[in-house]
Structure formats: C-alpha cells, structure tokens
Design a binder for this molecule. Structure first.
Ligand code: UD1
Ligand code: UDP
Length: 382
C-alpha cells in the first residue's frame, strides 16, 4: 500500500497543543507517513509543548525574533515553507486555526499545488479587526483549504454561509483530546508556590491576556480591573502566567507587580496549565483555547474581549463576555465572587467543543479523502 504523506504545520503554543495529538495519531497509523514542520513562530512556548507530547519535528524554520512584526513572520514562514515543501513533497498539508503560521503554511502549500486541510475551521466573529489579524487569517485559509475540520455545528454553518460545503467534516476540537491526556487527580506542580496555594478556602483566579487587539488602552483597563478585584476580595489569589510577548510583559508588570495575592509567573507547561485550570475557582482570559478548556472542566470564564468566535460555551452558560472596560470587568467578576448562586449557574461542566475523539475523526476523514477507507467518520455530536 502506498502511504499518504501528511505534513502537519504549526508554530505557536496553542497550535502545538491542538496539533500535537493529531500529529501523534497520524504517526500511529500505517496508512500515513506523518511529517511535522514547525515554523517556531514561538520558541520557548512551542518547545515546552513539544516536550510534553514527546513530539520531534522533522523540519524547524526557527523564525522567532523578539517583537516580530506580522509581515516579517508571514514572509519568513512563507519563504521557509518553500524549501520544506520542495524537499518533503507531502500529499496533504494540515494547518491549524488562524495564526500567521497558519496563513503562510496554507498559502505556501497552495503555491506548490498541495491540498490543504484546515483544522479548527469555520470560527468567525465577522469583525476583521477582532481578533486581529486572526479573523482574516482564518477566512483566507478557508478560501484555500480543500478539507475543513469544523469543531462545532455553528462553525460548519459559518462555512456554509460562505458557500464552503465540500470537504467539510464535523469533528469536535482537538484541544479536548489534549485535555484528556493532561489532567490528573494528584498533580504535583513544579512551582512550589502553586502547590502551596489553598485551592479550597481561597478563590484562585486563573488569568491570561495576550491578544494584539487588546494592546494599549484595553490591556490597561483589564490590568486595572484585575488589581481592583484582588484589592476588593481578600479571599482571592490571582495566578497569571504571563505570555512572553514584551508588550504583554510590560503591561502586566506595570499594573500588577507588588501585590501579595497577585502572582505573575512564567508561562506554564501545558500539563501544569490544564491542572491549574482544573483546580482554580474561575478563569479571566482573552485566550481562545482557555474558552474551550475551562468549560470542559466546569470552570466559569469571563472573556476579556468585546466578542468571541466561540459562542457555544456562552450559550451553554459557562462563559460570559466581560468586554474590555474596567468597570464592567470588575462588576462581572465581583458578581461571581460575591453571589454563590450566580457562580453555581456557571460552574457546571459543559463540553460543546469536543468529546476527545477529534483527532481520530480527522485522521479517518483524511484516509477517506484519499480512498483508504470506505466511509467518512461519524460526526461529532455536540
Ligand atoms: C500569536 C498568534 C495568536 C495566538 C498567540 C498564542 C498571530 C498573528 N498571532 O500571537 O493568534 O493567540 O500567538 O499565544 O499569529 N515570544 C517569545 N517566546 C515565545 C513566544 C513569543 O519571546 O516562545 C515573544 C516574542 O518577542 C514575539 C512576541 O512574543 O515577538 C509575540 O509573538 P507573536 O507570535 O508575534 O504573537 P502572539 O501575540 O504570541
Ligand atoms: N497555555 C499554557 N501555558 C500558559 C498559558 C496557556 O499551556 O502559561 C495553554 C492553554 O491551556 C491553551 C493554550 O495555551 O491550551 C492557549 O494559548 P494562548 O492563550 O497563548 O493562545 P490562543 O488560544 O488565544 O490562541
């Protein structure tokens, strides 16, 4: 049997977390020759994920520079992918989500006339400035891709509205596959301070914030609101693993340093992050991935953004949009911290994003597309 050569391409932390289980699933199957290319748009934050999943890339473009601009990342990835695709000649390139790596990876494959599969397809806000530049990246990739792996029904509906109906599969999100391998009962954190936190009697709030459209005033508002929360509620401990972006580092340290119950820490490895999330009281974040993970762990999430491309958990009641104004963020957090009924309404596990079998469905769909399987995979039932 001729093996189908499938190349996974990713570059940032969240892509790696969501693509690593898929790369491993492909590598396990005899019908595929799995090849992995990282752009290393992120370096330390990517390597940490590769370590946890035990994944060794075949190609590494090593493009990261401090304070890299969008044009630099995109052109370096595009140029680098040329050589990789020329050498590896894959039958299919799989990209994930909406980053600069995703867009450049898909475009490079298209230039080489190699089919593209888009993992986490169909997410939309329909506002090209939010998230910036991700909304446009994912639309462009949607236009290029031949196979579209949608986490949810509403993602598939979004594609249908754009007349993309061929090669569309409803799979669930691979992040839930990842989550099922990382969360364990008696997890021991490598940071002693995380082991020492009192997760029962104190209210540990897990915070992340990094989006480009929040740079500047929105980020100032968010940080100010977080400090007010810590000041007002002595039972809270805020744990914020700060993204390595210098812009984010500056903002976080400027507004949140020197508070006894605000812990600014280095980015956590994905297993530490998932286990911290499983133990925390609630989450405040502008991250995409956390909006999917926390509901699966039954943790209320306040989203520090004006809108979200992930409406499913809002509908399920576990996520609320808090926006980027200081007063609203503070009031919404205060409500959850002081009103047990409001908190309980949100703190129930909901899994609108997956059942842990997304990678299996995607691999099956690829096999079916290449005639290696007689039936397409069964759809994810959200
Ligand atoms: C990128 C993605 C965003 C995703 C985020 C996940 C784009 C346009 N944006 O944004 O969609 O949500 O990753 O975190 O693709 N840095 C390091 N070490 C690292 C990682 C980053 O030092 O391991 C620093 C570098 O100075 C780098 C900066 O962070 O220049 C920003 O990284 P970049 O990939 O440009 O943007 P993100 O904000 O991380
Ligand atoms: N994450 C992590 N360590 C951290 C912060 C986040 O492992 O210190 C994980 C998180 O659990 C999720 C992913 O990184 O799986 C989200 O990445 P990020 O917030 O950087 O990007 P986004 O999801 O917004 O694109």
């Amino acid at each position: 049997m001729n093996k189908v050569k499938v190349m996974t391409v990713f570059g940032t932390r969240p892509e790696a977390i969501k693509m690593a289980p898929l790369a491993l699933e492909l590598a396990k199957r005899p019908e595929f020759e799995a090849v992995c290319c990282v752009t290393a748009q992120h370096r330390e934050m990517l390597d940490s994920v590769l370590d946890i999943f035990g994944l060794r890339p075949d190609y590494d473009l090593n493009v990261m520079e401090p304070r890299q601009t969008l044009s630099t990342i995109t052109s370096k990835c595009l140029n680098g992918m040329d050589g990789v695709l020329e050498a590896a000649k894959p039958d299919l390139v799989l990209v994930h989500g909406d980053t600069s790596t995703t867009f450049a990876g898909a475009l490079a494959a298209f230039y080489h006339k190699i089919p593209v599969g888009h993992v986490e397809a169909g997410l939309r806000t329909y506002d090209k400035w939010s998230p910036f530049p991700e909304e446009v990246n994912r639309k462009l990739v949607g236009a290029i891709a031949d196979l579209h792996f949608c986490p949810t029904v509403s993602n598939r509906n979004n594609l249908a509205q754009e007349n993309i109906t061929n090669g569309v599969f409803l799979t669930g999100n691979t992040v839930i596959d990842a989550l099922q391998t990382t969360v364990v009962k008696d997890f021991h954190f490598s940071d002693v301070n995380l082991n020492r936190l009192d997760y029962i009697n104190q209210k540990v709030i897990l915070v992340t914030c990094h989006r480009r459209e929040n740079y500047g005033q929105p980020m100032t508002n968010i940080m100010t609101a977080l400090r007010r929360v810590a000041d007002t509620f002595p039972e809270t401990e805020l744990v914020y693993p700060v993204h390595l972006s210098p812009v984010v580092q500056e903002a976080a340290h400027k507004y949140l340093d020197n508070h006894p119950r605000i812990h600014l820490i280095a980015p956590l490895s994905v297993d530490e992050m998932h286990n911290l999330m499983a133990r925390c009281h609630m989450v405040m974040t502008d991250s995409g991935g956390l909006q999917e993970e926390a509901p699966a762990l039954g943790k209320p999430v306040l989203v520090l953004r004006r809108e979200t491309e992930r409406p499913e958990a809002v509908a399920a009641g576990t996520v609320r949009l808090a926006g980027v104004e200081e007063e609203t963020i503070f009031q919404m957090a205060a409500q959850l911290l002081s009103n047990r009924e409001e908190y309980d309404k949100m703190a129930h596990a909901a899994n609108p994003y997956g059942d842990g079998r997304a990678c299996c469905r995607i691999a099956d769909a690829v096999a079916w597309h290449f005639g290696l399987r007689e039936t397409p995979p069964e759809e994810f039932k959200g």
